[in-house]
Design a protein around this ligand. Sequence first.
Ligand code: S3P
Length: 449
Amino acid sequence: MTEPNTIATSKLTARRGGPLRGALRVPGDKSISHRALMFAALAVGETAISGLLEGDDVRHTAAALQSLGVTVTRDGPGAWRVNGVGVGGLTPPDDVIDLGNSGTAARLLCGLLAGHGFSTVLTGDASLRSRPMGRVVTPLTAMGVTFQANEGDRMPLTVTGSDDLRPTAYTLPVASAQVKSAVLLAGLHAPGETSVVEPTPTRDHSERMLSHFGADIRVVAEGNGRRITVAGQPELIPAAIAVPADPSSAAFPAVAALLVAGSEISLPGLCTNPTRTGLYTTLAEMGADLSWDNERIEGGEPVADLTVRASQLKGVEVPAERAPAMIDEYPVLAMAAACATGTSVFHGVGELRHKESDRLAAVAAGVIACGVVVEEGADSLTIHGTGKAPAGGAAIAAALDHRIAMSFLVLGLASEAPISIDDASSIETSFPDFAGAMSALGAEIAPDV
Ligand code: S3P
């Protein structure tokens, strides 16, 4: 019997070719897209969203909201409308809610469900079911939510919200925008003020969007981080949202263009929120030729156009404090470091073990298989750059992790021998048609049949 075609074509191989040239508008920002749908669901009336990411993760959020009684309509590519039900207006779902691969959907939905006195079962794929949910269970339990979880606070997770939620003051034990956002979302449903202290600033899209929807929210500096306070039970006012292009998705073509000789590409409309741009700061320190033009504000977020030219990179030491501003970009930065001259050290990256896969282990194993010398620490990664193209020639297990899959395809564009990934399907979560978009720039990425 032959295998189904989808399995064969989900393998992709990247090989070295000519320079990358042209302009690419990468898909809408994933973090902002999830939040646009969820906050719009809590407003009273209709919100129009443009530029929404139509990847699997965001589609799972849209479907989840529909099953909780929210009308979500797609008018055309990236153009969606949400008829918000108001804070506390969700209705019980008929069935289990499956969130696929999306940790952001799972953690933020827990916050959204917290103030509703009914039970919902949340589940996801094998990757999501292995990820820790205790980080949202702890603060939301203190607010009055009841959870039943698999061992180790894993999904499937039954969330029983409360109509009498208590406000809280919570200090994040780990730098996590998902946990911060879950507590703020729950706080919207509690009387009085809820506050979250984050010892290190994390992405602040929830705070920006809450102001955009007219919530009473205050952000003040506290130590090296911030205290965010939101007043509960507001009436949120619908406000149109234009989702900027995702700097985390742009990281893949950007690093590819740096590594492939003679390349020059432009990546318009990227979100340049400083809580997201740590990778670009780091690449500039490595000697990358990056230029930012046309800086502007769109929908409450800073945006600019990026031009990237091929550059010889040198090793870099990335401080732990920068991790929250580039947490999703370490896998692709590792590919840049593998081609750089000298050694790179990434400090304070233990959180990478709790992403869609154990990214520290996956990156280290994959880069070693491509002929690069690496030391994997508990909370750090050291990469001895080859100063040129690594050998490549490896078959990489993507482990249901889109960023592992795309990172090794980027390395395959620069390495001596092609690099294959076993399963490209996860790329659909954040960057639909990644291979097509990269091919349009001249990259040689094709199904491995
Ligand atoms: C996200 C926060 C980060 C990030 C994830 C998206 C968000 O996760 O890795 O891809 O949208 O809030 P953590 O909150 O676990 O750091």
